[in-house]
Design a protein around this ligand. Structure first.
Ligand SMILES: NC(=O)c1ccc[n+]([C@@H]2O[C@H](COP(=O)([O-])OP(=O)(O)OC[C@H]3O[C@@H](n4cnc5c(N)ncnc54)[C@H](O)[C@@H]3O)[C@@H](O)[C@H]2O)c1
Length: 362
C-alpha cells in the first residue's frame, strides 16, 4: 500500500478548525480506496509558537519538512504578531526554500456558488490563475535607510530573473496546451518599464514554442476591470506574484467568496514537497467558534489529490462541494447557512463516501 507522508501545519485562528475537516475527508477517501493511505504529522508552528519561542517555526523546520510528500497548511497570522513576520518567517520561507514557484489558484464558479456579479452563469467564470510564487515583487529585496530620520528612504525591489520568469510562463503554456485553452498574460509594461517590459518579451519569446496556444496580454488595471465585466475571456492566466495575489482576491469575490478559494504551491520537479492551503487567512474575528467555512480547505485537498495523480478523487471533492452549495442544507454562516465547521465536514465525508461507493457499484 502506498503511503503519502503529509506535514500538517494547522497554524493560527481558524486554521486548525478547517484543517481538521480536510484531514477527515482525505482519510475517508484513502480508506475507501484502500490502495493508499495518508500518514499525517502535525507541526505546532505559527503565532502561538512565536509567542512562546520568538520564532514562527523550528530553526531546522525546513529540514524537517523536506522528507514529506506534501504540506497541508491552514492559515497563519494573529493579532499581536506583526503580519510581515508571520508571513515571511513561515509561509514565504517554505514557498521559497522548496522552490514552489507555481501558485495554482482556480477561479471557477462552482454549481450552487453565489457570484458577486449579477446574471452570471457557471460557465462564464472558469479560470486557472498561474501565479509566479518565489520572486517578483515578493522577492524581499530592498532596504530601509535612515530609519526615523528626516531623510528616511525605503526601497522594495522587484526581482524578475530570466530563469524565474521563463519557467513560470513556460509552465502556463504547457497547461494551456494540455487543456486546449487560451493563455492570458497580465503585466504592466507601460508603467514598469524594466520588469514588465521584460516579462512581456519573455512571454512573446516562449509563445513561439507553442503556436497552437491562443494568447492574450493585458495590463493589470484593464485585467481587473475585465474580470468583472467580461470574465469569460479568461481561461489560463499567468502573472507575477503581486498581481496574482491581488487579482485572485477579485477572483474569489466573483467565484463564491474567500471561503471557497484554494491554492496550491507547486514544486513541479517534485524535488521538494508542494504545499496546499486555503487562500483565506486565520480570520481571528471568528476563530474558536466552529463557524469557519472549510470548503476552501477541501478544495485544496482536491488539488493535493490531483497532484498525487488521483484526479478522479480530486473531482469527487469538487463535485461534493458543489452538492453542498446546491442543496444549501449544511453551509456555514458566511455562505448564508447555520451549520458549524464540523457539521459541514461530516456532511462532506458522507457525500464523498456515497459518490465513491456509487462509482464503484455503478
Ligand atoms: N495564507 C495565509 O495564511 C494568510 C492569508 C491571508 C491573511 N493571513 C493572515 O490572517 C490574518 C487575518 O487576515 P484578514 O482578516 O485580512 O483575512 P482573513 O481571510 O483571515 O479574513 C477576512 C474576512 O473573511 C472572513 N473569512 C476568512 N476565511 C473564512 C472562512 N474560511 N470562513 C468564514 N469566514 C472567513 C473572516 O471572518 C474575515 O471577516 C492576518 O494575520 C493575515 O496576515 C494569512
Amino acid at each position: 500500500m502506498k503511503t503519502y507522508k503529509i506535514a500538517v501545519i494547522p497554524g493560527d485562528g481558524i486554521g486548525p478548525e478547517v484543517i481538521n475537516e480536510g484531514v477527515k475527508v482525505l482519510n475517508k477517501i484513502a480508506e475507501l480506496d484502500s490502495s493508499f493511505k495518508f500518514d499525517f504529522t502535525y507541526f505546532p508552528w505559527g503565532c502561538r509558537f512565536y509567542t512562546k519561542h520568538g520564532k514562527m517555526m523550528d530553526d531546522d523546520g525546513i529540514d524537517q519538512l523536506k522528507e514529506f510528500d506534501a504540506i497541508y497548511l491552514g492559515a497563519v497570522g494573529f493579532p499581536g504578531v506583526p503580519d510581515h513576520i508571520s508571513l515571511w518567517d513561515l509561509l514565504l520561507v517554505i514557498r521559497k526554500s522548496f522552490d514552489q514557484y507555481v501558485n495554482l489558484r482556480p477561479v471557477k464558479l462552482l454549481r450552487g456558488a453565489h457570484s458577486a456579479l449579477a446574471n452570471t452563469k457557471n460557465d462564464d467564470i472558469d479560470m486557472l490563475f498561474i501565479r509566479e510564487n518565489t520572486e517578483g515583487e515578493y522577492s524581499g529585496a530592498g532596504d530601509w535607510l535612515f530609519k526615523g530620520q528626516d531623510n528616511e528612504v525605503v526601497l522594495q525591489n522587484a526581482v524578475f530573473s530570466r530563469k524565474g520568469t521563463e519557467r513560470i510562463i513556460r509552465y502556463a503554456f504547457e497547461v494551456a496546451r494540455r487543456e486546449g485553452k487560451t493563455l492570458t498574460s497580465i503585466s504592466k509594461a507601460n508603467a514598469l518599464n524594466y520588469s514588465m517590459v521584460f516579462w512581456d518579451e519573455v512571454f512573446e519569446e516562449v509563445s513561439l514554442d507553442y503556436p497552437e496556444v491562443k494568447t492574450a496580454s493585458y495590463l493589470v488595471d484593464a485585467a481587473a476591470m475585465l474580470m468583472i465585466t467580461d470574465p469569460k475571456r479568461f481561461e489560463i492566466v499567468v502573472t507575477s506574484n503581486l498581481f496574482g495575489d491581488i487579482l485572485t482576491d477579485v477572483g474569489a469575490a466573483i467565484a463564491g467568496g474567500i471561503g471557497l478559494a484554494a491554492g496550491a504551491n507547486i514544486n513541479p520537479k517534485r524535488k521538494y514537497p508542494s504545499m496546499f492551503e486555503p487562500v483565506h487567512g486565520s480570520a481571528p474575528d471568528i476563530a474558536g467558534k466552529d463557524l469557519s467555512n472549510p470548503l476552501a480547505t477541501f478544495w485544496s485537498a482536491s488539488q493535493m489529490l490531483d497532484f498525487f495523480g488521483y484526479e478522479e478523487y480530486g473531482e469527487v471533492i469538487v463535485s461534493g462541494i458543489e452538492e453542498l452549495l446546491s442543496t444549501k442544507e449544511l453551509l456555514t454562516p458566511d455562505m448564508g447557512g447555520t451549520a458549524t465547521t464540523s457539521e459541514v465536514g461530516d456532511k462532506m465525508v458522507e457525500i464523498v463516501t456515497s459518490q465513491i461507493k456509487g462509482k464503484v457499484l455503478g
